[in-house]
Ligand binder design. Structure first.
Ligand SMILES: Cc1ncc(COP(=O)(O)O)c(C=O)c1O
Length: 465
């Protein structure tokens, strides 16, 4: 729209900003009519540590680190300064050029990741990091003479991105794909080894892991091993609140992939950079993938950056004459700002021992959530590890039945948490928890007390206590 008087609100015009946000924006996974009913999207004006403040001055604990990215917490001026200094000198590459900080970051990632995961292709976020990995896997097979390998196996209840090439991988209960049919022909789904609801009827975590790993081998055989390029999975899966498979699962999956020449891709967009109490999920599960993707935590969200890091075996296939080149690029790959932000964020992670803090606070959080489960019938399961955890909410613990959506359980619980100054939007039947890795013991108590009270209030409203 254009008119003589500008429609652009001043930054301190609260009503104008709220109006323009509703009139002029798509806000991710929300719609403007629904947002209008809720009073509009949260508009942030300040953020520090684990807390954010909205335009009305109300403060919240950021319960899921923005969107699982704010590992070093909000308001880190040293990262902002590093970005400023970088952009004030060289603000962008020339064609086929790189800058010192992004080289340092690639070397740092090679140092931190396990095994010989040594060569990174940088992207802008997680979806395009996974696109990169899928293309790299297929191109690797082509280069090695396996031209028919194009299928990708993923696990239900995983999330790998929003682009056309990634959205049909996995399946997030909160992100339906009904508008985006058909499912591409290269996508194959297998079960998630969720010990609480083992799709294949496993009665223990180990039994579930054995069955779900076998389902991968069965799928490879059914599809034809010569047609399968890769299996992609998060070592610990977020959409169900942190599904931790039995320890036998990933080593067995690694063996199966090796047996059939299928590449293993770990999507560490959330689990990378400390969230599990280890630098990477690969360390946590003791398995090195062929390609590892990352985003979010690498810069703690201070710059949109992701990447796919490949082992020497994969990367070296793309060296030689021009025909060997990995034929892939994004304009903003390896942006200098990402190098500066990443190096500054990882320096904070190391200086403040945040990986260790994630492990210790994760243990505390786990204890508190188990305690909450003991006292609240609405909680069917408490799961997760490190600072990626969650509660599964059920109507009946025996049958594990979920509440009917008409009950509006997630909206009710979200509202109670917001009233108590906790910013967690409860999607479907999982209450997710993934605070910044800087969280203190007292702050964990503050967070879990608010959850405890909120669950109690919802149970009362629903006549369950
Ligand atoms: C495990 C995982 N992979 C990929 C993505 C996609 O990342 P992005 O939203 O940065 O494209 C996400 C986003 O939440 C994620 O959680």
């Amino acid at each position: 729209m254009s008119s003589q008087t500008s429609n652009v609100p001043a930054v301190d015009d609260i009503a104008g900003l709220e109006r323009a946000a509703l009139e002029n924006m798509f806000v991710g996974m929300s719609n403007h009519a629904q947002l209008a009913e809720e009073g509009g999207p949260i508009i942030l004006t300040e953020a520090s540590g684990i807390r954010v403040k909205d335009i009305h001055g109300k403060e919240y604990i950021d319960g899921i680190s923005g969107m699982y990215f704010r590992n070093v917490g909000h308001g880190r001026e040293e990262i902002a300064r590093a970005i400023y200094e970088q952009l004030s000198t060289v603000s962008m590459n020339v064609y086929a050029g790189v800058t010192p900080k992004i080289i340092q970051l690639a070397a740092k990632i090679a140092e931190l990741t396990p095994g010989d995961l040594n060569r990174t292709f940088f992207s802008q976020g997680g979806s395009d990091a996974n696109e990169t990995a899928l293309k790299m896997a297929q191109a690797y097979h082509v280069r090695t003479g396996d031209k028919g390998r194009y299928k990708v196996i993923s696990r239900r209840y995983s999330y790998h991105g929003a682009t056309y090439g990634t959205m049909w991988l996995g399946g997030h209960p909160g992100f339906p794909r009904t508008d985006y049919q058909p499912k591409p022909a290269n996508v194959v789904h297998v079960p998630q080894p969720d010990p609480y609801r083992c799709e294949l009827g496993g009665t223990t975590a180990e039994d579930c892991a054995i069955r779900c790993a076998q389902a991968i081998e069965d799928a490879i055989l059914f599809e034809g091993p010569d047609s399968v390029s890769a299996l992609i999975g998060e070592p610990i899966s977020q959409p169900l609140g942190g599904v931790v498979p039995h320890e036998s699962y990933w080593p067995r999956v690694r063996e199966i992939c090796d047996k059939y020449g299928v590449l293993l891709i770990f999507d560490e967009v959330i689990t990378g950079f400390g969230r599990l109490g280890t630098w990477f999920g690969a360390d946590f599960v003791g398995v090195t993938p062929d390609i590892l993707t990352f985003a979010k935590g690498v810069t703690s969200g201070y710059w949109p950056l992701g990447g796919a890091v490949a082992t020497n075996n994969i990367a070296d296939i793309f060296a030689g004459g021009p025909e060997k080149t990995f034929s892939h690029m994004y304009t903003y790959s390896a942006h200098p700002g990402g190098g500066a932000a990443g190096m500054a964020a990882l320096e904070i992670m190391e200086r403040e021992n945040l990986v260790q803090n994630a492990r210790q606070r994760g243990e505390q959080l786990s204890e508190s959530l188990n305690d909450i489960m003991d006292r609240h019938p609405i909680v069917g399961d408490a799961r997760g590890v490190g600072l990626i955890q969650g509660l599964e909410l059920v109507k009946d613990r025996e049958t594990k039945e979920h509440f009917d959506p008409s009950v509006g359980l997630n909206a009710r619980l979200t509202e109670k948490l917001i009233d108590r100054g906790i910013w967690i939007r409860v999607p479907a039947f999982i209450l997710p928890l993934a605070p910044p890795l800087i969280i203190t013991a007292d702050e964990i108590d503050e967070l879990t007390s608010a959850i405890d009270e909120s669950l109690g209030e919802v149970e009362k409203e629903l006549g369950l206590t």
